[in-house]
Design a protein around this ligand. Structure first.
Ligand code: 13P
Ligand code: SF4
Length: 301
């Protein structure tokens, strides 16, 4: 009898499919993926794979980005309900109002956003490339959507730009409190604090390093230190432990868990490959507009 992993391997061959997974999906799904990475890496790698089907193990906006960048490929997602609440947290009326008020504004849209929202953006960014992309824009005024926390973090590094913020947030990262980090640090005073920029300012202030998921993994891997407090979703522990079996990684609380990412299970990956569904489909007119800021991001970063 075939194991679940063997079934995945066989179906990948039969369907000419490649599996791309984000660091936040469960360990068993990361283990069967051909490519695992942060949002920036996944969008880049999606443009280079040869297989005719991409099985995107992550949330909807990641599947949409893969589809926008590869309109001719079949993109499937193991659970169509795996969605990121922050991806919807912008009011279209507000975008129009800001555009009307500030002639020089660039609407900078975090990749954690729906294809519908991307249609209204000038450029996309991820947490790994936001500073570089925004810095390279000729515009002085930046309307950063949807994540307020990443927006404020990037603004603090680019004082020459004038930022307008939006009140979107990630419920997983904002559930991490400064108190929890301080308590964890008291218990393990030698540990370095590694923080994702979707966290609140009070948590960023306690960080030894701030960066995207892949930035956090790269920092811990290069570091001579032995203990780390990890302020992002728990899924990164799989890669952290794989790359650094002798180092110790600790969470700072029990809510560092994205229920949306964890909807992707091995059983659903198998069904998705078998049925080549659920499909990511984007209306052609919408895709034409939404692709522009994504491709611009890839050029600028
Ligand atoms: P990165 O992997 O780009 O750091 O993004 C984190 C995230 O919240 C993805 O949903
Ligand atoms: Fe969205 Fe936060 Fe989950 Fe990432 S961790 S998918 S930003 S809810």
């Amino acid at each position: 009898m075939e194991t679940l992993v063997e079934q995945v391997e066989r179906l990948k061959r039969e369907r000419d499919a490649v599996i791309l997974a984000h660091y936040y999906v469960s360990d068993e799904v990361q283990a069967v993926a051909d490519y695992v990475g942060d949002s920036y890496y996944l969008s880049k790698v999606a443009t280079t794979v040869n297989q005719k089907t991409i099985c995107l193990c992550g949330v909807q906006f990641m599947g949409e980005s893969a589809k926008l960048l590869n309109p001719e490929k079949r993109v499937i997602i193991p659970d169509a309900n795996a969605d990121c609440p922050m991806a919807h947290m912008v009011d279209l009326d507000r975008i129009n109002k800001v555009r009307a008020e500030y002639e020089d504004v660039a609407v900078v849209c975090y990749i954690n956003s729906t294809a519908t929202l991307k249609q209204y953006a000038d450029v996309c960014v991820t947490s790994a490339n936001a500073k570089k992309v925004v810095e390279s824009l000729p515009n002085k005024t930046i309307y950063f959507i949807p994540d307020e926390h990443l927006g404020r973090y990037i603004a603090s590094q680019l004082p020459e730009k004038q930022f307008i913020f939006n009140d979107g947030f990630c419920h997983v990262h904002t559930s991490i409190t400064a108190d929890a980090v301080k308590k964890a640090k008291e218990a393990r005073p030698k540990a370095k604090v590694l923080v994702h920029p979707e966290c609140k300012q009070e948590v960023l202030e306690l960080a030894d390093y701030i960066g995207s998921t892949s930035g956090i993994i790269a920092y811990a891997t290069k570091s001579q230190e032995q203990e780390f407090l990890i302020c992002t979703e728990m899924g990164v522990f799989y890669e952290l432990n794989k790359k650094n079996p002798d180092k110790k990684f600790y969470s700072v609380g029990h809510r560092q868990f994205c229920p949306n990412m964890k909807l992707i299970t091995l059983e659903k990956v198998i069904r998705c490959l078998q049925e080549e569904s659920p499909l990511i489909e984007i209306d052609e007119e919408k895709a034409k507009q939404a692709r522009i800021p994504l491709e611009r991001m890839l050029k600028l970063s």
